[in-house]
Design a protein around this ligand. Structure first.
Ligand SMILES: [Zn+2]
Length: 271
């Protein structure tokens, strides 16, 4: 690659992150961590369902839900509320009729798409879309700011100024964007190395195991982390110390999301 092309590629890679749920890397990691834990039978089912995809892996389809939303396709518009839930109050006191009307939130979406995936009488296309939605939404449900509070739209309206290794000149961002992008991206690892690192973490205990509504348990767990882990920085100016402090939590969430996604797929695709 010519030096000017390298510079351009670098500039694009470092450009302002899109406001889209765990960055591309975060979602790919959830897909990859899940795929590494699937049984051969479930993996074969996944391969069959994704056979016509350009990248027929869980990582390869993990950002499709964001892409259709960004393109404002009919399905993207229909599903735009399925990426998150907002719950008022720091205690995360969830009221379904208020916080997830008509099932139009990440909790309702995971449950609905899991039913479609498990139902072999559904058209193949619907099951393929359900699988692609699930890979993405299980990731979203584990990003704490995707289960944030309505007053600032899950941190989207909480403006911050980040200056650090990733942006030495400094740049405006917001708390949601910092969690979608900077906390993970700033580790500076490529996807394969990062997946290895997540898989090397101790197997996470799963406090939601056996819950009646696991998707609800995952989202409420995310919501409660905002207060418990003091995710709102004291200062509107943040640097690498904020990212370094919270990266272990982000990595634990990605690992847990991948493990839970694998369990969900095992249940939905069991022969
Ligand atoms: Zn999303």
């Amino acid at each position: 690659m010519k030096p000017n092309l390298i510079a351009l590629t670098l500039a694009l890679a470092l450009a302002a992150p899109p406001a889209l749920a765990w960055s591309r890397q975060g979602h790919q990691l959830v897909g990859e961590v899940a795929e590494r834990q699937l049984s051969p039978e479930a993996l074969a089912e996944v391969r069959t369902l994704l056979a016509d995809e350009p990248e027929p892996s869980l990582a390869g389809v993990s950002t499709w839900a964001d892409e259709i939303r960004a393109a404002r396709s009919p399905l993207g518009e229909l599903s735009k509320r399925w990426h998150y839930i907002n719950i008022p109050g720091k205690d995360c006191d969830y009221m379904p009729a208020r916080d997830c009307p008509e099932g139009d939130c990440v909790i309702g979406a995971i449950n609905a798409q899991a039913r479609v995936l498990a139902d072999r009488s559904q058209p193949k296309q619907a099951r393929v879309e359900a699988l692609k939605f699930l890979v993405h939404f299980v990731g979203d449900a584990h990003q704490p700011m995707h289960a944030g509070h309505p007053h600032d739209r899950g941190g989207n309206n909480h403006q911050l100024h980040y200056t650090g290794k990733g942006s030495p000149e400094g740049e405006g961002t917001n708390l949601h964007g910092v969690w979608d992008y900077w906390v993970v991206q700033s580790a500076g690892l490529d996807d394969a190395a990062y997946a290895d690192r997540l898989m090397a973490l101790p197997a996470p205990a799963d406090p939601a195991l056996g819950a009646d509504n696991p998707a609800q348990a995952w989202a409420l767990e995310s919501c409660r982390l905002i207060q418990a882990e003091a995710l709102y920085p004291r200062d509107r100016r943040i640097g690498d110390d904020y990212l370094d402090q919270h990266r272990p939590l982000a990595e634990a969430r990605l690992r847990l999301a991948g493990t839970r996604l694998a369990e969900l797929l095992e249940n939905a695709l069991a022969p």
